[in-house]
Design a binder for this molecule. Structure first.
Ligand SMILES: NC(=O)c1ccc[n+]([C@@H]2O[C@H](COP(=O)([O-])OP(=O)(O)OC[C@H]3O[C@@H](n4cnc5c(N)ncnc54)[C@H](O)[C@@H]3O)[C@@H](O)[C@H]2O)c1
Ligand SMILES: O=C(O)[C@H](O)COP(=O)(O)O
Length: 526
């Protein structure tokens, strides 16, 4: 019989499902060393945010087939290491949405009425009514950062309480924001106009310290901020200083840069700060939802069936997968590329299957393209199963076309993304069985393999320009791995595609766009 290790507290409903197909060991509070020691005997691991599944643990797990995260965030799992070892990582993208949204709302109200301190005061024997004069949320402005699943539910409830809603989410359509009664604004406007700010975004390089001293300086003196998303999105040192100097009115935090929260000065602040120990998902209902959702997937994978919310491996039938896997990889890479070239909010994606690809099953290709397109916004939360729904919820119109007559390559894929910042297209094909080639950028012919760090420019085809870009990159110590220019006519417009060994340092893109003859420059990470 298969063996499952449950290393965090999981609702019994999940344990019951696992027990149908496996021997279940519940061992919580293990140290990483202990986990490394015992993991070799297990086929599956079920966790919450309390266990950190490192590369070392994954490598020690020689029998592991699946890691199930009973919750949303898989930032505590080395997903790349798991993928490399062919271990499926699954999560429960929606099981705790309501719980997290309600926790944020509870924090907002508790902060406004000083509930924790008033409660402590009565319990200590006082009857102090003067110290706890609060503020109403009715008719106040709530700024929601991240209008995804949790942010949307917060919006609906806050609207019903009579709040005015602002939202910042560069990947959401105006129509979707309108539906939720939110005015979609830039981050600065949200910071300047909100009485309450609530964060519902993933932690990514772009969102790390999104709320720093600079952002806090733009907030109103009566502003209160709530973070029930991920630690590290708020710079805790800057927040502490702002609260201490009364530059803003309050903060309610459920998540921290380091968890458990250690010796933080935030603990010394009184009624203007509320701290909870990562309780967003801690309701009976959410714990039942996530436990069942993830246990069912572990059961299915142990029985040889596909998982429905795999973070790293498509939950499609093995026959389809086998045939289309290389084209799905192509579609995902091109989707990611065109999404980054388009930037901002994409409103429409055209997926054109060409040559022999036009005769194939298109749905997995379209889904893979959408997964790539949304990966910048949603990271691990987008997978092959939910990519279409996520795109629909973001108001992205998908148009699928076929053209079997295009015969430049056996099969090729063309994507066009239209968004708030303009329109871009890319085409790609497979060389041999699985080698990806980008064959066209914005209608300019090229022939380059994708690489991790890339730079694209649109420029005037004139002498000297390539040298200038090369020297500029050199002066920033960026090594060019390969370079290619695509043009339609001599001395007309052209595109330059560079594969770089290193990521572009901050500020260099601005320098590139200042070079005479360069019309536009984009950096892409694949
Ligand atoms: N405190 C808890 O216990 C708890 C519980 C559940 C979820 N969470 C966390 O809450 C967060 C939101 O979860 P969700 O289920 O709503 O996710 P989601 O994927 O449905 O929504 C996230 C939204 O953030 C937007 N976004 C991405 N990058 C952005 C950026 N740079 N600026 C503004 N918006 C950006 C995306 O477009 C998306 O709409 C996640 O970080 C999740 O891990 C915490
Ligand atoms: O990502 C999540 O689902 C939340 O942060 C909840 O984490 P938890 O399962 O450890 O409560």
């Amino acid at each position: 019989m298969a063996k499952v290790l449950v290393s965090d507290p999981i609702d019994q409903a999940g344990i019951d499902i696992l027990s149908q197909v496996a021997t279940v060991d519940i061992k919580t509070g293990l140290s990483p060393e202990e986990l490394v020691q015992i993991v070799p005997e297990y086929d599956a691991l079920m966790i919450r945010s309390g266990s950190r599944v490192t590369q070392e643990i994954i490598e020690a797990g020689t029998q592991l087939k699946i890691i199930g995260r009973a919750g949303v965030g898989v930032d505590n799992v080395d997903v790349d290491a798991a993928t490399r070892k062919g271990i499926v990582v699954v999560n429960s993208p929606e099981g705790n949405t309501i719980a997290a949204a309600e926790h944020a709302l509870a924090m907002m109200l508790a902060l406004s009425r000083y509930i924790p301190d008033a409660n402590a005061s009565v319990k200590s024997g006082d009857w102090d009514r003067k110290s706890f004069i609060g503020a109403e949320v009715y008719k106040k402005t709530l700024g929601i950062v991240g209008l995804g699943k949790i942010g949307s539910h917060v919006a609906t409830a806050a609207k019903a309480m009579g709040m005015k809603l602002l939202a910042y989410d560069p990947f959401i359509s105006t129509e979707r924001a309108d539906q939720l009664g939110c005015r979609l604004v830039e981050m600065d406007v949200l910071l300047q106009e909100s009485d309450y700010i609530t964060l519902h975004i993933p932690k990514t390089p772009e969102t790390t310290h999104l709320i720093n001293a600079n952002a806090i300086a733009k907030m109103k003196p009566n502003a209160r901020i709530i973070n029930c998303s991920r630690g590290g999105i708020i710079d805790e040192a800057a927040l502490y200083n702002a609260l201490k100097e009364r530059k803003i009115a309050g903060a309610a935090l459920d998540v921290y840069e380091t968890e458990p929260l250690g010796d933080s000065p935030l603990k010394s602040l009184e009624k203007q700060v509320i701290l909870t120990p990562h309780l967003g998902a801690s309701t009976t209902e959410a714990q039942v939802n996530v436990a069942i959702d993830v246990a069912e997937q572990i059961r299915d994978v142990l029985l040889g069936l596909p998982a429905r919310s795999a973070v790293n491996i498509p939950g499609l039938g093995p026959d389809v997968l086998e045939e289309l896997r290389p084209y799905m990889q192509l579609a995902e890479t091109l989707g990611n590329l065109v999404g980054q070239l388009a930037g901002g909010r994409v409103e429409q994606l055209v997926v054109k299957l060409q040559g022999e690809l036009a005769t194939n099953k298109s749905q997995p290709i379209v889904v893979a393209a959408l997964k790539g397109l949304l990966s910048q916004a949603l990271r691990e939360r987008v997978n092959y199963v939910n990519a279409s729904i996520e795109a629909k919820e973001r108001g992205i119109r998908v148009i699928e076309t076929r053209d079997a007559a295009v015969r430049d390559y056996a099969g090729s894929l063309h994507l066009e993304a239209k968004g708030s910042l303009g329109e871009h297209s890319v085409t790609g094909a497979l060389l041999g069985d699985s080698e990806i080639r980008i064959t066209d950028i914005d209608e300019f012919p090229v022939n380059v393999p994708p690489s991790k760090h890339m730079l694209f420019t649109l420029h005037r085809d004139m002498p000297g320009i390539i040298g200038k870009i090369g020297s500029l990159l050199g002066s920033f110590n960026v090594n060019i791995a390969s370079m290619q220019v695509g043009r339609k006519i001599v001395r007309g417009d052209a595109v330059m595609v560079l594969s770089l060994d290193d990521p572009l340092p901050d500020g260099i893109l601005d320098e590139i766009t200042k070079v005479s003859g360069i019309r536009d420059a984009y950096t892409v990470t694949l």
